[in-house]
Design a protein around this ligand. Structure first.
Ligand code: IPD
Length: 294
């Protein structure tokens, strides 16, 4: 779903704008909840549980934030479905599904690092099937700085903060060897091994790598030109739904790749001038096919 893809069936421009505005409000209100509740929730080392692996944590505030988002959405848009990182959901194939990550960057949150976000997207299509959905509006809030990145399909992307609002545009880099690449790592040890092996090819071929800990924020960094690209294997829809729209609306090329039907898909968001070069590099690094436009 790259920038010109506004013809896709779905909500009207006016509704997309309304959904964007609601996504901003939801991300900011959940963000305030998790920021203000952190100290009490994690006091004395409590408030923490684990999920897929011992390093895949969930805090009581992830759950409280998702509950808050679900409650607000069901009150304001009862006709829509919700799919969230902590309590799942089926989504809606016909209507709008709100895809929410109540805290993206939970490990940063746990350690008191500022790079965690709340990600809220309105998507159409089947959110449970890779490649069968696309976001039409979204917002990513970073509660510790008061910033919120937002976009709706066909409407461009912007970030607002205590200092005002700025339109977002990706970088114009054309040499992958001079590009700054953001990435992330899965919680599963096997997937991490594969990601580490891919870095052996990627790291010498780019300017440098950044690992921030929030995929949503990495995608906003692509949109803002703070990195030139983001690529990660094994991401979930809630990590990327809002951020990929924001990056695409800022002019990024969005593509997906995977090395086999049983493997989780990878997402690439890149400044257009390096998208093809980086796609080939990723295919070599992961021993997979070239990424295909999302
Ligand atoms: C994680 C972050 C991280 C990415 C992982 C995600 P979570 O999400 O986005 O940057 O590398 O793949 O699972 O667990 O903090 O919501």
């Amino acid at each position: 779903m790259n920038r010109p893809d506004t013809a896709a069936a779905g909500p009207s421009p006016a509704l997309r704008e309304e959904l964007r505005s609601l996504a901003v409000e939801l991300a900011l209100s959940a963000g305030a909840l998790v920021r203000d509740g952190r100290q009490a929730a994690l006091a004395g080392g409590g408030g923490i549980d684990t999920k897929s692996t011992p390093t895949d944590v969930v805090t009581v505030m992830d759950r409280a934030s998702e509950e808050h988002l679900r409650e607000r959405i069901s009150r304001l848009r009862p006709q829509d479905a919700v799919l969230g990182e902590e309590t799942g959901g089926q989504g809606s194939r016909e209507g709008i599904t709100w895809v929410v990550d109540p805290i993206d960057g939970t490990v940063n949150y746990l350690y008191g690092r500022s790079d965690y976000t709340v990600s809220v997207a309105a998507v159409v299509g089947d959110p449970l099937t890779a490649g069968a959905w696309h976001p039409v509006a979204g917002a990513v809030a970073r509660p510790e700085t008061g910033e919120v990145w937002h976009a709706h399909l066909g409407g461009g992307a912007a970030v607002q903060g205590p200092w005002g609002e700025k339109t977002l545009t990706v970088n114009t880099v054309t040499d992958v060897g001079l590009s700054l690449l953001a990435t992330g790592f899965a919680y599963d040890a096997g997937m991490r091994r594969e990601q580490a092996q891919a870095l052996v090819t990627l790291l010498p071929a780019v300017r440098d790598i950044r690992r921030g800990g929030s995929a949503a924020l990495d995608l906003c960094a692509v949109a803002a030109g703070e990195v030139d690209a983001y690529a990660e294997r094994g991401v979930h829809i809630w990590d990327i739904a809002a951020g990929q729209l924001i990056a695409a609306e800022a002019g990024a090329h969005i593509a997906t790749w995977h090395s086999g039907p049983e493997r989780p898909q990878g997402l690439l968001a890149a400044s257009p001038g390096i998208a093809v070069q980086l796609g080939s590099l990723l295919a070599t690094a992961y021993g997979s096919g070239e990424p295909t436009p999302a």
